[in-house]
Design a protein around this ligand. Sequence first.
Ligand code: ANZ
Ligand code: ZN
Length: 821
Amino acid sequence: GTAYDFRDIESQWAPVWEDLGVFTPADDGSRERRYVLDMFPYPSGDLHMGHAEAFAMGDVVARYWNQCGYDVLHPIGWDSFGLPAENAAIKRDAHPAEWTYKNIDTQAASFKRYAISADWSRRLHTSDPEYYQWTQWLFNRFYEKGLAYRKNHPVNWCPKDQTVLANEQVVDGACERCGTAVTKKSLNQWYFKITDYADRLLEDMEQLKGHWPERVLTMQKNWIGRSAGAHVTFRVEAAAGRDEESVTVFTTRPDTLYGATFFVVAADAELADRLVTDEQAGALADYQERVKALSEIERQSTEREKTGVFTGRYAINPLSGERLPVWAADYVLADYGTGAIMAVPAHDQRDLDFAKTFDLPVRVVVDTGEEDPAQTGVATAGDGQLINSGELDGLDKAAGIERAIALVSEAGTGEKTINYRLRDWLLSRQRFWGTPIPIIHCGDCGEVPVPDEQLPVRLPDNLRGEALAPKGTSPLAAAEDWVNVDCPSCGGAATRDTDTMDTFVDSSWYFLRFVSPQYTDGPFDPEAVRQWMPVGQYVGGVEHAILHLLYARFFTKVIYDLGLIDATEPFAALLNQGQVLNGGKAMSKSLGNGVDLGEQLDRYGVDAVRLTMVFASPPEDDVDWADVSPSGSAKFLARAWRLAGDVTSEPGCDASAGDTALRSVTHKAVAEATELIENGKFNVVVAKVMELVNATRKAIDSGAGGADPATREAVEAIAIVLSLFAPYTAEDMWARLGHEPSVARAGWPSVDEALLVDETVTAVVQIKGKVRDRLEVSPEISESELEAAAMASPVVQRVLGGEPPRKVIVRAPKLVNIVPA
Ligand code: ANZ
Ligand code: ZN
């Protein structure tokens, strides 16, 4: 047709692409391989605007690399285990798989419509037994290395979801999913020993600097929270009915040891119960009850008045010999450091607040030149000279720390140490819709891993609806046929572990599976993984800045240590795309400002929506849908598309014969677009294509015309660059230009450097004041170059008759005046 109709164009090309298999990598080593990956989606319903944004960005990279001739791996799959499916199943008396796979099909159809350049033959779902078999296999390897273990521990518990939450899933003291205040509960839980990898997770961030957003690296660093300091052991004096004890504290400021005026243990730690005297036991128990009733939010608030109780005991400062009262308080955390601190109120604000509340002494030991903290209520944390500190007097902070550590080390009461904020990864969940933990519990043999050849341990399919409702124990426990098994080791009666894995386990290695998703001899084909890994560009939201990325990095390192891969980092480069807002706010049900992706696609077409996503802002910035104009994008696409109909030259005609001015514009636009894409400025690339479209339209209407080969060159370049953002329109233009599909394989236009220099200016050559010649020269030409060019002119040579001139006056780049002899 002659009118641009996105519906026609979409329905024409989608099936053609499907048949061509344009995006299946050759994987034969003939071309350099590149791996681009979007964080795989959770099948919560149909695709939404956020998916449209993220996948548009990843697709620009994938399509660009394809055009540049790389062998591109750009797979797609689903992170398909998880709680929403289970909740939906309970509500609808269904099996979670029904909801899950129905949503996956819906999303897959939408992705196809959205024209993601994915290799569909590699599609995977983490809830398929073919996938989770290998999640279990990896668990077994972790278990063998002592990196998966079980311990009884107070865990974060969501009373509403009736499930355990990882620390990471507690946001401001509330359940990340439902917002309910989180409480503690003691349970036997599975953990991955990620703390063994804390240093490597930190050190290897060097590889990522400059390729990952700075703020993500900072968040990871803070999450790991390495602090250098010392362990110092205090003797706690015996008391009526209580023996003497040794209690170790973690401190980053051993230089302030002489400033310690009291000692605090975490009120909810077992240590508090052990230390407390009979006299104080009642007060402690009351206090513990009060603490339990508080939410984590209230506990950690710095605004709140400090609370605590005296334990009745005294600790002896190992350097000064001073007696310090031992308190139990909730501002000291049971699971950080050793759960006990020496309190230095002059130089630590929390300690100062506590000292003020309970009228405990404040002693300045670092002279920072600031006012007395006891008066101001503000602790001084800066550097200065140590005072009131015996053998440490006169030293500064750094020297004081070193000297104090040396002193306690010599005395055998302390040592230098590194402490991490990072905790082991709590991976077991008392839920159904997840990967079953492949462990069998035997009364005689203890924990026995399910042998590899018996994997997968499949989920039973007879549990549905109400049977999955949260009870505080795993729903799997109800499936008796499933639970009761023979012990793989002794053959006796045994039971399966009824917990399932955190879904973050599934997503910690899927990028490896994508490389060889049909492989049956292991989680992945090691040779193929060597060829493709690491992922060259990973794209996803900043909400995954900590957990998913940290866990995937951890898995990669463990799998590296198993000798199965060469890469030590999974994602060489990371792009966090912005959010799609509406009216300046995140879209949400409660605000009622949601924009339906399907409706937008129906109204403006896929290409216009994609182009708008990319054009609206730099990829990492938010897009406010209230401020953009998909109809403007649609108009632009129609304008670009019409150019193809005006080209009358034959495909393959020689562009070098074409109009130089238009050629120069085209080549400059391509050169700039290349540089902009490489630097992630996709939005500016769109602006460049818009300029090129305008220039080409002008050339057709009032310059070179539709028959000029330069016009074809320009329109072909437009189609190829547009194929990154508007694949349907670009494909249709390509066909109208007389080419076979697909434009996705056209190849990135090459740039003729000679056409990049700016247009020429005309230099006038005069002899005795009379114009004899005109030269087209660069505006940057030098005086001597211009003189040489003028003298070389055949006209000048003829007029001068071979005689050297008397004088040559040059005014570059416009004028040469020759005075003959
Ligand atoms: C004495 C001291 C003096 C401290 C001073 C600080 C300043 P980061 O950097 O976060 O590792 N601390 C140790 N364990 C704690 C726990 N379980 N709960 C609450 N606070 C705890 O912080 C380390 C510092 O936090 C430690 O150094 C300790 O207080 C406190 F002028 O020891 B410090
Ligand atoms: Zn056994």
